[in-house]
Each structure stands twice: as structure tokens, then as C-alpha cells.
Write a protein of this length. Structure first.
Length: 137
């Protein structure tokens, strides 16, 4: 089972906005996931609209849960971010692209053992002939 966690890593604050102080304008968020062996993570930032002064929470009274709600109501798709983390973990368990060992013995190939490449015949000359120069008097 995959365990998912969300956190706010950084808040960018405008010191004064109108009559308000320490107004959060942008948050850096991260969604982490682990199944105990493998892990994944999605990180991004989101900017917020100016707050309603009647509904303003002072900076020191903010909670991580409150700011995460702002993140999700400001356009971050919670389900998509979590699905991306789960996909990262799944891709570690079942890689979509692998690098198997080469099917020949390791080491360089001596140049003299290689056959010459097939050379295609030259292309016909498709250039435009030069303009005639006027005769000099």
C-alpha cells in the first residue's frame, strides 16, 4: 500500500498589501509517496489571488492544512498529483523502459574487422545554373 503525504515547503509573503501585513502570495508544495521500498514525489508552486480582508488569517495563525486547501482551490489538482506520485512508484517496480545487458561480449570492436559502409550513389546536381553575365563593351 502506498502512503501519500502533502506538505508546504516555502511561503512567499508580501510584507504589506493594502491594510494587511504578511500576505501569502505563493506557496511551494510537495506531494510525497512511498510503499516502504520505493518512493515518488511531485513538487510545484502556486500563486494566490489577493485575500479578502474580511476573511484574512494572520500569517502566524496559518496552518499547513489551511494553506494546502488554498493550494487545491487555486488550481492544483490533488488527485492528479497523487496519481503522478503513484505512477512514479509503479514505474520503479515495473520499469516501462529497461536497459538489459548487450547481446554481445563486452569490449570494443577493432576497426579493421568492420566492413565498409554501403555508399549510396551521388545525388544529381540540382543547383541552379549561374546567371549569364552581360557582355562588357
Amino acid at each position: 500500500m502506498t502512503t501519500l503525504t502533502w506538505l508546504i515547503e516555502t511561503l512567499w509573503v508580501r510584507p504589506v498589501e493594502g491594510s494587511l501585513t504578511d500576505v501569502v502570495v505563493t506557496a511551494a508544495w510537495r506531494c510525497n509517496g512511498t510503499d516502504g521500498t520505493y518512493s515518488g514525489s511531485v513538487y510545484a508552486t502556486v500563486s494566490f489571488s489577493p485575500p479578502n480582508p474580511d476573511d484574512f488569517t494572520p500569517y502566524l495563525n496559518l496552518t499547513q492544512e489551511q494553506v494546502l486547501q488554498w493550494v487545491w482551490t487555486s488550481g492544483v489538482d490533488k488527485d492528479s498529483a497523487e496519481a503522478a506520485v503513484i505512477q512514479q512508484i509503479y514505474n520503479q517496480i515495473n520499469p516501462p523502459i529497461i536497459t538489459p545487458p548487450l547481446p554481445w561480449p563486452p569490449g570494443p570492436v577493432p576497426a579493421d574487422s568492420l566492413t565498409a559502409p554501403i555508399i549510396a550513389p551521388p545525388l544529381p546536381d540540382m543547383s541552379v545554373p549561374p546567371l549569364a553575365t552581360p557582355a562588357q563593351p
